[in-house]
Design a protein around this ligand. Structure first.
Ligand code: SAM
Length: 271
């Protein structure tokens, strides 16, 4: 396969995930949209400088949505679309997670502006990859809970992080600004102060910005202060962060010798 056909169209606006920050982690579709974009909106406080530079090199008009209301964003998207310009709103990670999309989507629908969401590599997957771990662990954690701490953002009581402890791997976004609360919530759910956790700051942004810190739960507030971590970090909690435990795991069922025999024979039979 030498060429890949990637249709990019002006009969819609694009809401595009650009991944965690490394330009090489852009999807082909995202890259093609960037190359052709005319009106670009972007989540300025969260995108890596390299991604912002790339957008500014291509777009004629750029808007940082960190400083805009939902109404402003919807208006710029609509105007770009009505003027027949290729218009896109670029997000960090994948826009389908904490993308703040609903208010804008509602307005686009009300105004008859078609939109397409283009997914990107989510920050928590990139964070796990940078640490070199798999979030799911056979027999111990087949569930990944993506959540956050609520300081000012209203959140249902049922969704408090304390309710998820012991139910799978927990990845916390939008939480590093309140490390004491993170510790309080996880401890209230029954996690010990000694539990190993991992913090990944600006995953894939490269040195010296990216930081991968393995510590104990109780050390989190001190670590955040010492390492000067401000925003844009993922906290990973669960069996996958326990290096001693991982050493003792039995082999994966999926790749056990018996499974291979079985898989091979079914393929042959299938033919
Ligand atoms: C508004 S949310 C958007 C999440 C994004 N849509 C995603 O797919 O990850 C912003 C939060 O995502 C996390 N985040 C985004 N990019 C990150 C990165 N490169 N490294 C670590 N965390 C990141 C941080 O927790 C940050 O506070």
């Amino acid at each position: 396969m030498d060429t890949v056909e990637i249709p990019i169209r002006k009969d819609r606006v694009y809401i595009v995930g650009l991944g965690p920050g490394d330009v090489s982690l852009l999807t082909l579709k995202a890259y093609n949209i960037i190359k052709r974009v005319e009106v670009a909106l972007y989540t300025g406080s969260l995108l890596s400088p390299k991604l912002v530079k790339l957008i500014k090199e291509h777009a004629k008009e750029t808007y940082n949505t960190a400083e805009m209301s939902e109404e402003d964003i919807a208006k710029v998207l609509e105007e770009g679309y009505r003027r027949g310009r290729l218009t896109a709103w670029f997000h960090d990670g994948c826009p389908t997670i904490y993308g703040g999309l609903w208010g804008v989507i509602r307005r686009l629908k009300e105004r008859g502006v078609p939109y397409e969401i283009v997914p990107g590599v989510p920050s928590f997957c990139a964070a796990a990859a940078r640490v070199g771990l798999e979030l799911t662990v056979q027999e111990l954690s087949q569930t990944v809970i993506i959540s956050r701490i609520s300081k000012r953002t209203p959140m249902r009581d049922e969704e408090r992080v304390r309710n998820f402890v012991g139910r799978g791997t927990i990845v916390l976004l939008l939480s590093i600004h309140a490390p004491e609360l993170v510790v309080e919530e996880l401890k209230a759910g029954g996690l010990s102060e000694d539990a190993p956790i991992v913090v990944v700051h600006r995953a894939t942004w490269g040195e010296p910005v990216e930081k991968i810190i393995k510590c104990r739960l109780g050390e989190l507030p001190e670590v955040v202060k010492r390492e000067n971590i401000k925003g844009c970090a993922v906290i990973i909690v669960g069996p996958c962060t326990d290096e001693e435990l991982i050493k003792t795991l039995p082999s994966s069922i999926v790749y056990s010798p018996d499974k291979h025999k079985y898989a091979r024979s079914t393929v042959v039979e299938g033919h």
